[in-house]
Design a protein around this ligand. Structure first.
Ligand SMILES: Nc1ncnc2c1ncn2[C@@H]1O[C@H](COP(=O)(O)OP(=O)(O)OP(=O)(O)O)[C@@H](O)[C@H]1O
Ligand SMILES: [Mg+2]
Length: 498
């Protein structure tokens, strides 16, 4: 081997080593094509060169050329039809052409990933001090090695690009999903929430019976509304009914409706089932249904028809049934409190709504949302949380979940003297409420009475505001106040003689 050849070999080896050191880094396909072209032309002293990569269908992706027309088609035209087959087999190809009088040689090597040809590198005639000479076999093997390294790199670059595209598409979908949910008044971006929204979106159009599980105040009714708005029935009614709010006979009438003339003077009244026809019926606290109503509901679910109270006509209905409970239905089934057959029909898909303490990153978003909503409603727009107040909320466990956060924010807006809610304004209702019983002999009823009084005082006697703070409706508050009033009187008189 001449010293010239030795230097030559050394240069080729160095080029390969050099490339192997940088090739692991993911780079754009254009950059890889450029690098291959420059290294191949430079190391092999080619008079011209071209690198082209192909899309899976065979279309040109990138073409880079030096001293040659940048078209893969033109180059391919020099070769017999079996060019691609040879390249796919991982072999290099030589082609001789007459250009004018002189023979013109092209050397082609494939860029491959496995057996797939991702492109080719083409070199034209070697230019040396002694003029144009053909490429040697060792030149060809070098080119093959160079191209094979770059082929692998192009494949991983494409894979990374595909993953990035997927990620982008998912992010877009996620954003869209979140925006739709937000328009429906559902706030949340924590991973568990995103996952749940994805399930909601997939399940909603299918119309299968969905059961929502989760602690009180986590937002089960909100999710039920989302199921409705993501379904193809969103223009039809969403009808919620709380099964725990009414005694059996009233609940039955509320659900099934009443036929005219059941008793004197009774007019026909449509039940929630009929009102929800074509839309979604949401039965909250479904675990509170009595055995009688469970049986009737089972018939509705199985036969998709029902009768009004006192009626004989079987009325067909078409509705999505969404149920919710925070009770342990499985234990109730074991103890005979809930029908197993109904249970399986209601829980075709179960969606668990996570407690707020398991998605703390949503606390600031929800707090800001409620600040906006109630700030506007109470004529206090622009009211904000101090940093400490937010930190206190982030650290709080929220046994009452989102509802509790909502109530806290409302109360704080009502209580805060300025536009910034401090930790003090909040603490009144977080730590202190639970820590209130200084006298361990106080009964629950008494404690409730004291707490109602305290809240009433804190909102300046405004009963609507007090009801909101307490998380009960106004009529419940009145009832509790009415109950307390006479008992106060009796106690006072009873104590007078002593
Ligand atoms: N992700 C949320 N975004 C905005 N508001 C929410 C969200 N989740 C819950 N809320 C609000 O919190 C309150 C309680 O929610 P919801 O009534 O849906 O809870 P729930 O799980 O049905 O409670 P319960 O078990 O007591 O019936 C409602 O005022 C609701 O608007
Ligand atoms: Mg509810």
């Amino acid at each position: 081997m001449s010293s010239f050849d030795r230097n030559w070999r050394e240069l080729q080896l160095e080029t390969l080593v050099d490339l192997s050191l940088t090739i692991g880094r993911v780079r754009p396909e254009e950059e890889l094509a450029d690098e291959l072209l420059q290294r191949a032309v430079g190391t092999l002293d080619a008079g011209s060169g071209l690198v082209a990569t192909l899309h899976p269908g065979g279309q040109e992706a990138i073409v880079r050329a030096l001293g040659m027309a940048p078209s893969f088609e033109a180059v391919r035209a020099f070769f017999p039809d079996d060019l691609l087959e040879e390249l796919a087999a991982g072999r290099y190809v030589r082609a001789q052409r007459e250009v004018g009088d002189a023979p013109f040689e092209l050397l082609v090597a494939p860029l491959r990933a496995g057996r797939e040809v991702l492109g080719a590198v083409v070199l034209g005639d070697k230019e040396t001090r002694v003029g144009r000479i053909p490429f040697s076999d060792s030149d060809a093997r070098f080119l093959l090695a160079l191209a094979s390294m770059v082929g692998t790199a192009v494949a991983s670059s494409r894979q990374v690009a595909a993953i990035e595209r997927d990620r982008q598409r998912l992010a877009d979908e996620n954003r869209e999903l979140r925006d739709v949910a937000r328009r429906e008044g559902f706030i949340g971006e924590a991973p568990v929430v995103r996952e749940m929204l994805e399930t909601v979106r997939r399940v909603a159009p299918t119309g299968v019976n969905v059961m929502l599980r989760g602690e009180s105040g986590v937002g089960k009714e909100r999710v039920a509304r989302l199921l409705h708005s993501f379904s193809d029935r969103s223009s039809k009614p969403f009808v919620p009914l709380n099964c725990a709010a009414l005694p059996e006979s009233l609940l039955e009438a509320e659900l099934f409706g009443i036929e005219a003339g059941v008793a004197t003077g009774v007019q026909r009244r449509l039940g929630k089932i009929e009102l929800a026809n074509g839309g979604t019926l949401f039965l909250d606290e479904v675990g509170d249904l009595t055995p009688g109503l469970q049986a009737k509901l089972l018939r509705l679910v199985q036969e998709r028809e029902f009768e009004r109270l006192g009626g004989r006509e079987r009325i067909p209905v078409d509705l999505h049934l969404v149920t919710a409970t925070n009770r342990d239905l499985e234990a109730m089934i074991d103890s005979g409190g809930f029908r197993r057959d109904l249970y399986y029909r209601l829980r075709v898909v179960v969606i668990a709504v996570a407690p707020l303490r398991e998605r703390r990153t949503d606390i600031p978003l929800l707090a800001r949302h409620f600040l906006e909503v109630y700030g506007d409603r109470f004529g206090r727009p622009g009211v904000k949380l101090s940093r400490d107040a937010l930190a206190a909320l982030m650290a709080f466990d929220f046994p009452g979940n989102v509802r509790e956060l909502e109530n806290l924010v409302q109360a704080a807006i009502a209580l805060a003297p300025g536009d910034v809610i401090t930790e003090e304004d909040l603490r009144l209702h977080t730590g202190r409420v639970a820590a209130a019983p200084s006298d361990a002999t106080v009964s629950l009823a008494e404690l409730e009475r004291q707490h109602i009084e305290r809240v009433l005082r804190s909102v300046g006697g405004n009963r609507a505001a007090a009801a909101r703070v307490l998380g009960i409706d106004r009529s419940t508050l009145y009832r509790k106040m009415m109950r307390d009033a006479p008992s106060d009187a009796t106690r006072n008189t009873a104590h007078e003689p002593t």
